[in-house]
Design a protein around this ligand. Structure first.
Ligand SMILES: Nc1ncnc2c1ncn2[C@@H]1O[C@H](COP(=O)(O)OP(=O)(O)OP(=O)(O)O)[C@@H](O)[C@H]1O
Length: 428
């Protein structure tokens, strides 16, 4: 495999990819990188999720060199599969609770004050009985059923009656000793039935989060995410429960609707949303919303940091799906490992091209080759439209230097990373 010797002068960086998306290929070509096959000695491999498991499998026997990086962590599913994400966040909250962490504070109804950012969710069929118990407490609630192994809105439906779920009861499965496959497993989540509406329509946010290390955590938030709107006005009425143009914001669904607008693609930039919110609700609440989004992002990553295989050859650009309710509370709906690089409009193409470019600049300093021995702290001018969310390593270093200064009777410097580690509640 690839050696770790420095590349000869004038050598061109080699990339391999499973995609033929122009936003990706144009980006790589513009940098003067040269495409090679996945069997060659690539320096960066932009792989599809389906190939990741093989590459990291023991049977494959592939060992990456110091000059090779790849765009997924081996077991990213811990964050990007609906059921595993929920399981890990629940476990994380329980662990903090056990430790007596102030982060796990609960209100009088037993709800987490700081970590209540995913809708109440159960796995089916595994948690069927627990779900029934919850359902009976609030029989007028609407729930959303989502298959764990699918995407693009496929197989999703809303339910408000237990009888609709008989099939997923343990008895209904016929043989409870046969473990269901991911395809047969569902998550059922409380439906956010009070979404923030703009022009009477529901929307969700697609945000991009780049992680270059989980332990210590280093992550960045992209400023240029977007909102995806439904094409039909929101209506929580039971008669509209089956109307996916009202309830599901997936572009793959909305673009099949009669009212889909191919020019703007039912999308708004996050910058526009921010301006709209500042104008309609005020700057303070709008700032708080975006702080809360950063907060939930960081804690969703911390929730999996202990279980992700933190291979130093890996980085990952996740697509975060978030719904904002009418109290301006953000809810994490899902994290995608392979956010779509298909451009539905021309501004989409520009944004996605820039996103890929900014990811590359952070992961591989311009004009250089990857070197996994460097500590992955790119120069600030390479951040592009990314903002550093957390850098635990930097924070540790800052803390240490603060302590040294404090001992010398000198400092009260505040550094973002350091503050996060010590007193994360100051983000609220
Ligand atoms: N708990 C919820 N409350 C309200 N709406 C929801 C909820 N969960 C999902 N939705 C809606 O359903 C859509 C699809 O859900 P989700 O993103 O989880 O599924 P998906 O089919 O895997 O989509 P993707 O293609 O993004 O992976 C969301 O974009 C959102 O509009």
């Amino acid at each position: 495999m690839s050696s770790c010797c420095p590349p000869p002068k004038m050598a061109r960086l080699k990339y391999a990819t499973d995609f033929d998306k122009s936003v990706l290929l144009n980006n790589f070509d513009t940098r003067g990188w040269v495409q090679v096959s996945t069997d060659d000695d690539w320096n960066i491999y932009w792989a599809g999720v389906h190939n990741i498991r093989n590459i990291f499998s023991v049977e494959c026997g592939f060992r990456m060199g110091d000059d090779q990086v790849i765009n997924h962590f081996p077991n990213h599913v811990e964050l990007t599969r609906k059921d595993l994400m929920v399981k890990n966040i629940k476990r994380y909250r329980k662990e903090l609770d056990k430790e007596g962490s102030p982060l796990a504070e609960k209100d009088e109804n037993g709800r987490y004050v700081h970590l209540d950012f995913i809708p109440l969710t159960f796995m089916l069929p595994a948690d069927y009985n627990l779900f029934v118990e919850e359902f009976r407490k609030n029989p007028n609630t609407t729930w959303i059923m989502k298959p764990c192994g699918k995407a693009r809105g496929i197989g999703i439906f809303l339910v408000n009656k237990l009888s609709q779920l008989k099939k997923w009861s343990r008895d209904g499965k016929g043989n409870s000793f046969v473990a269901p496959t991911a395809k047969e497993t569902y998550v059922i989540s409380k439906y956010i039935d009070n979404p923030l509406l703009i022009g009477g329509k529901k929307f969700d946010l697609r945000l991009y989060v780049l992680v270059t290390s989980f332990r210590p955590l280093k992550c960045y938030m992209y400023r240029l995410g977007f909102c995806r709107f439904c094409t039909v006005k929101y209506n929580a009425n039971v008669s509209e429960l089956d109307n996916m143009f009202v309830h599901l914001t997936n572009v793959s669904i909305q673009k099949t609707g009669e009212d889909y607008n191919a020019i703007h693609g039912g999308k708004w930039t996050v910058e526009n949303l921010r301006l709209y919110l500042e104008g309609t609700r005020g700057k303070e609440v709008s700032d708080k919303l975006f702080d809360d989004i950063n907060w939930l992002t960081v804690h969703s990553l911390k929730a999996v940091a202990g279980v992700i295989s933190n291979d130093r050859h890996c980085f990952e650009c996740y697509g975060y799906d978030i719904i904002i309710d009418d109290n301006l509370k953000p809810w994490l709906i899902e994290v995608n490992a392979s956010p779509s690089l298909t451009a539905t409009t021309s501004s989409d193409r520009i944004m996605k091209y820039n996103l890929m470019s900014d990811v590359c600049n952070i992961v591989i300093p311009p004009g250089e080759f990857p070197d996994v021995r460097w500590n992955k702290v790119p120069a600030k001018e390479n951040y592009g439209n990314f903002d550093l969310l957390v850098d635990e390593e930097l924070a540790q270093a800052e803390l240490l230097s603060q302590e040294v200064k404090a001992r010398a009777g000198a400092s009260n410097a505040t550094v973002r990373g350091a503050r996060d580690l010590r007193k994360p509640t100051t983000w609220k």
